[in-house]
Structures are given as C-alpha cells and as structure tokens.
Design a protein around this ligand. Structure first.
Ligand code: S3P
Length: 425
C-alpha cells in the first residue's frame, strides 16, 4: 500500500489556455501569457491561429507572446487535431471575420457534433457549408446580426463561440443555457473590459470597444488535471498531498463538492486571483468513501471529471449514480460506454441505464485490460485506479495524456516518492 507526500503543480488550465490565445490573437499589440498548458490541444489552437496570421511564439509554460493581427484566411484548411474547444471556438472567431476557411480535425474530432455551434452562428448570418453534424465544414464569415439564443445544451463551447462571433462581428448577443456552464470566456471578457454582463440568468454582451487591448495574463492550474492527483491521494493508504495553484472557479469545482459528499474533504488554502479567476492550493489525503447520487444540475460543473469520479465510486461503499450524463457519449470518445465497459473489464459492476451511469463499489483489486480509445481522461483515470494495492490495470496506450497533462505519469510517480519502510520491497 502506498503513502503520498510532497507537492505537485498541475499544468495550466486547458479551457483558459485556448481562450487567452484566441483573445490575444484578436488583440491589438503583443500579449504575454504565463503558465499556459503545453498540451497538444493548446498547440492545435496556436497552429490554427498562426495559419490565420497571428504571430504566436512556441508554446512554453514560462512565457508565450502573441502578436495579434487582423486575422485572415483565404481558403485555409485549419486542422484542430483532437481539440473540440479549438474547433468550436475558432468557428465563432471566424464567423465575424471576412474569411473563408475549412475546419477539420482528427478522426475522433471529425465525429463530434458541430451543429450545436453552427446553428446559432448561421442564425447570426455566417455562411456555413456542412455535410452532416461534424467536420470538416467550410465557414465564410462576414457581416453578422445580433442574436438572442437559448442553447439546448449546457455547453461552454457553444456559449463561447457565440460570444467570440459577437466580438469579431461587432454585434450584441444574449445567451441562455439550461444549466450554467464554465464561465472562463465571460471572466476573460470582463477582465479585459469588454462590457459583458449577466442579467436574469442570461449572459449578455454588447461590443463596446472596437479593439481588444493587448494584455498580460497568467493561467490558473487546471482543476480537471488536479482531480487525478486528488483522487490518487484519496485512494492512498497514508500521507497528505499538496496540489498547488489550482483554478477553483465555482463553475468547475463540482468534483470537490461530490468528493465531499462521498466523505473526502479537500482543504483549500491561500485563495487568490489570477487573471480574473480564483486560484487556491489544495490538500488531499486518504479517506474511505461512500456512494452518492450526482444530480443532472451538477454535471456541467464536473463534466470532464466523471471518469475519475466513476473510478473513485468503484472504491466507495455502496452505489453511485451519475444522472443525465448522455453528453459524455460525444466527448473525445464515447466516454459513457467506455467508462462502464472498462470498469467491468477490471471487475467492477458498472452499467449505463438510459443516460445514467451506475457504479457499484467494491474492495476487490482491479485487474484487467482497459481500452482508452486514445482518450486522455480515460487513460489518466484508469492509471490512477492502477495505483491501488494488488491492482493490475493494463492501459491500451498512455500517450494520449499529452493532450491535457504532458507530465502526468512523472507527477503520478513523484507523489509516492517518499515511501515508508514497509512499502519497500
Ligand atoms: C470546454 C467545455 C466542455 C468540456 C471541454 C472544454 C471548454 O465541453 O468538456 O473539455 O473549454 O469550453 P462542452 O462545452 O461541450 O460541455
């Protein structure tokens, strides 16, 4: 059994990294970003912005500079790799610019739904040629009109695409969504003085300045990546782990709320602000867990943490139910079916019923083969399960972690570095 200790620092937040790059590319002058995520998805955003004419320095955590120029594209083919956020947000950016571009991605991204974004953008006046609900598609941006939109899904990508189109197109928008999704775009707009407001549960933006000012910003650590280290600490036998510099924006902290209900309290200390986002250091330690019910309204606040929460639920007393997690079918993989199938493959009772996921806790060591389908969050979730005593969890691949947490395996090893004598074999 294992003891955790020391300090880890998760990489920069993926959602915020995409957004600061895009806004810096739209800004007048040179912006400076510290602590950006160096994962493959962010590199996809940087590549696409360079193709559109922005000068983006190599993606390094220490410092990235972006010289915004009027973005332009003449029949560019923009390959967004595996990144749904790059594809959906860049469609918003392009909608308001006099450009024509074809947006595409890898085989996983090409299968992901895009109509949720193209539909409102078309209502704003963008000319979009698509075949079916996916990529590739061709967008011809230009003159837009304002929009009042009620989104059928709680998706920050949909909301952000509309806000970015409003920014580049210079038109007002109001957006409502069934449940509040992550609000990083709104916070960044507010931080840059771009006249965004919230009224009666809707987000409203009325372009007030012609140009986005160049800015300097530091990116909060990614709570979705920190979640894997928190989970490893909760499952350990002994010790305490500090996870420093974690973004604790309330639209993202559902993982901590659910963990608390399951019996694991994660302390937050040293709360501070970074670029309009709250940041804290977290302390996590081993706890015994009990099953819980995760309500549909909580899902947007932990949507990327369902795989690791399901892994934790498999070690809890009793059953855990995740309500209305159908959206997980259209993430980097069919995460809903794969989480259940992989849990079963390592000896856990797990089942999808309609859009709900049921996981039954067990004390049996997990043993078996896991198919990650090259989905970074599946790889990391089951790698954490593999740290349990007596576990033998074989991942189909490990490279996908580079999408969002390039030093994941180093960090996972490092937190067990200080061993007690009875751990030594
Ligand atoms: C993201 C929003 C979420 C999330 C994704 C990143 C973002 O997707 O799953 O990893 O940066 O806006 P949806 O907006 O589709 O729920």
């Amino acid at each position: 059994m294992r003891r955790v200790g020391g300090v880890v620092r998760p990489p920069g937040d993926k959602s915020i990294s995409h957004r600061v790059l895009m806004l810096a590319a739209l800004a007048r002058g040179t912006s400076e970003i510290r602590g950006i995520l160096t994962g493959d998805d962010v590199k996809s955003t940087a590549r696409v912005l360079r193709q559109l004419g922005a000068r983006v320095s190599p993606i390094r955590e220490s410092r990235v500079t972006v010289s915004g120029t009027l973005l332009r594209a003449r029949d560019a083919r923009l390959n967004c790799g595996n990144s749904g956020t790059t594809a959906r947000l860049i469609l918003g950016v392009l909608a308001g610019l006099p450009t024509t571009a074809t947006v595409t991605g890898d085989s996983s991204l090409r299968r992901r739904p895009m109509r949720r974004v193209t539909e409102p953008l078309k209502q704003m006046g963008a000319d979009i040629k698509e075949q079916g609900d996916g990529l590739p598609l061709t967008i011809h941006g230009g003159e837009l009109r304002g929009l009042r939109y009620t989104s059928p899904v709680a998706s920050a990508q949909v909301k952000s695409a509309i806000l970015l189109a409003a920014l580049t197109g210079g038109v007002p928008v109001t957006i409502r969504e069934p449940y509040r999704s992550r609000d990083h775009t709104e916070r960044l707009f507010a931080h840059l003085g771009l006249g965004i407001h919230e009224r009666d549960g809707a987000v409203g933006y009325r372009p007030s300045v012609m140009n986005v000012p160049a800015f300097a910003v530091s990116v909060a650590g990614d709570i979705s990546s920190a979640a894997f280290m928190v989970a490893a600490a909760v499952l350990a036998r002994d010790g305490e782990l500090m996870i420093e510099h974690v973004g604790v924006n309330p639209t993202r902290t559902g993982f901590l709320v659910v963990l608390e209900r399951m019996g694991a309290h994660v302390h937050r200390v040293n709360l501070r602000d970074e670029g309009g986002e709250p940041v804290a250091d977290l302390f996590a330690r081993p706890e015994s867990l009990r099953g819980t019910e995760v309500a549909a309204a909580e899902i947007p606040t932990l949507v990327d943490e369902v795989p690791i929460l399901a892994v934790l639920a498999s070690r809890a007393r009793g059953e855990t139910v995740f309500r209305e997690v159908g959206e997980l079918r259209v993430k980097e993989s069919n995460r809903l079916e794969l989480v259940a199938a992989n849990l079963r493959a390592v000896g856990v009772n797990a089942e999808v019923q309609g859009n709900d996921l049921h996981v039954e806790g067990t004390a049996k060591p997990p043993r078996g083969k896991v198919e990650t389908a090259k989905d970074h969050r599946l790889a990391m979730s089951f790698a954490v399960l593999g740290t349990l005593p007596g576990a033998d969890v074989k991942l189909s691949e490990r490279k996908s972690v580079a999408i969002s947490y390039p030093h994941f395996f180093q960090d996972l090893r490092r937190i067990y570095a200080r061993r007690t004598t009875d751990d030594a074999r």
